[in-house]
Ligand binder design. Structure first.
Ligand code: 5IU
Length: 477
């Protein structure tokens, strides 16, 4: 493995800053930045691509910063950092990943290009970091594909909250130089007039992020309460659900997976005060009938919860129209919430939405699954999130294992929850309410056997209610 790329004498930070100035990648004068701020200094690191030797020096210095870190691949943030990451990748034989700015169309175009396995660690490479948003966006896309991001490396840290914002998201930022380093090197080398040194010093001091000030809300998003989110929802069903969650202090959905309607109704009546929604599998009931539906609706009024039929529609649009509205179960007559796989593409959502027209029904998309070895990962998950975000009139959220979208109107619901982590004999994997809500940022826990399999289902529901709600309060604080 080469120690550095085709460079006779390795560059130092100082020599690189002088080179960047000489190729006009750092300029002094009067500039208006994208943000509208007037600045006496301007960085245009894109010009590096016309100076291969400078690029090589940049790549070598960046590599020197991260050579002791543990990572499996490199991902350059488009555009300037892409060729730099390529140089680092080729010279050190470390595979590269590319994050597309947007996936055009569904299915074929992936957001992350390259070969990777779930759990691989990827190092992000960037030219300039200001608030840290571009690095974070890249990290979020990689993480949605199952790739871990623990570190990022950047040439210029503008000291405008980037390291703090990334640290708040568990990403350590390594940088080669700051604005102050540029100033001191160029002023010592006589490349700036004394007047310009004063102006730039003042500008840096005024614009520098102060570590004692809180990370600004634009930088560190506030976690919203259920009530605040309810007021931001345009869909009536998510609004209703969030209001119930706030009022009843519960984020617990009971998965009532029993096979007799009387048993289901008894279970729901007992646990009703502790839940915000009941999840049914109408096709597993031996004695499903209209009377059962009527009684379930009465209980939903009595205890104030919604009804979620976990039918998992997964066919072409035309077929799901009939599965949803017809058959023995006529789900569209009684369910408040339904769900769908996105295997068929967006047509499944359009078919279901056609039936739901004029009714108060919200749809959840299955973006991730709790079972071992499932295929709802990576690009599949990302495309599912995109379909959800593009259909706010009908899609109210996801079945998932962690927070996937920052849109406050989209609800994240997680099955596979018990009070202890573990696995059943058929591949179901369990996480705790604390892990799901506090650590992974989901909104709702879905619990089946943990409640109906307990000797006292009412007490078990109460315990899950407390554990789930406490985890939500912990996240708020
Ligand atoms: N369910 C999962 N995992 C999933 C999806 C649905 O467990 O990925 I999509 C359903 C299956 C069952 C309930 O109805 O959630 C979980 O029941 P237990 O808590 O008994 O495992």
């Amino acid at each position: 493995m080469a120690a550095s790329i085709m460079s006779c004498s390795p560059a130092t930070t100082e020599s690189l800053i002088i080179q960047l100035h000489s190729i006009d990648a750092v300029k002094f004068g009067d500039f208006t930045l994208k943000s509208g701020i007037q600045s006496p200094v301007y960085f245009d690191l894109r010009v590096m691509i016309s100076h291969p030797k400078v690029m090589v020096d940049v790549a070598n210095l960046l590599w020197g910063k991260i050579s002791s870190c543990n990572f499996k691949s490199l991902c350059g943030v488009p555009y300037t950092a892409l060729p730099i990451a390529t140089l680092m990748s080729a010279s050190h034989d470390v595979p590269m990943l590319i994050r597309r700015k947007e996936a055009k169309g569904y299915g074929t175009k992936k957001l992350i290009e390259g070969t990777f396995s779930e759990g691989d660690v990827c190092m992000i490479v960037e030219d300039v970091v200001s608030s840290g948003s571009s690095v974070l966006e890249t990290a979020e896309s990689l993480q949605a594909a199952g790739i871990r991001v623990t570190d990022a490396v950047v040439l210029l840290n503008r000291e405008q909250g980037g390291p703090e914002k990334l640290a708040a998201n568990n990403i350590k930022l390594h940088s080669i130089f700051t604005m102050n380093d540029v100033l001191s090197v160029l002023s010592s080398a006589g490349k700036m007039s004394p007047e310009m040194v004063d102006r730039v010093t003042k500008y840096i001091a005024e614009n520098k992020f102060k570590p004692d000030q809180q990370v600004p809300s634009a930088v560190k998003p506030k976690v919203l309460t259920y009530a605040e989110r309810a007021s931001q929802c345009t869909h009536s069903v998510s609004r209703r659900l969030l209001k119930i969650m706030e009022q009843k202090k519960t984020n617990l959905v009971l998965s009532a997976d029993v096979t007799k309607s009387k048993e289901l109704l008894d279970l729901v009546d007992k646990t009703g005060p502790h839940i915000c929604m009941v999840k049914t599998h109408a096709d597993t009931l031996d004695d499903f009938c209209d009377d059962f539906v009527e009684k379930l609706k009465q209980l939903s009024n009595k205890h104030n919860f919604l009804i979620f039929e976990d039918r998992k529609f997964a066919d072409i649009g035309n077929t799901v129209v009939h599965q949803f509205s017809g058959g023995v179960h006529r789900i569209s007559d009684w369910a408040d919430v339904i769900n769908a796989h996105t295997v068929p593409g967006a047509g499944v959502v359009q078919g279901l939405q056609k039936v739901a027209q004029g009714k108060d029904i919200g749809c959840l998309l299955i973006a991730e699954m709790s079972s071992a070895g499932n295929l709802a990962t990576g690009d599949y998950t990302q495309v599912t999130v995109k379909i959800a975000e593009e259909n706010p009139d009908f899609v109210i959220g996801f079945i998932c294992l962690s927070k996937l979208s920052s849109n406050p109107a989209l609800l994240h619901m997680t099955p596979g929850v018990q009070l202890k982590e573990g696995q059943d004999a058929l591949g179901q994997r369990y996480l705790t309410p604390q892990e799901v809500i506090s650590n992974r940022g989901s909104d709702i826990i879905i619990v089946g056997r943990g409640i109906y399999g307990a000797s006292d289902p009412t007490e078990a529901a109460r315990q899950f209610q407390i554990a789930g709600y406490d985890a939500y309060l912990a996240r708020l604080s």
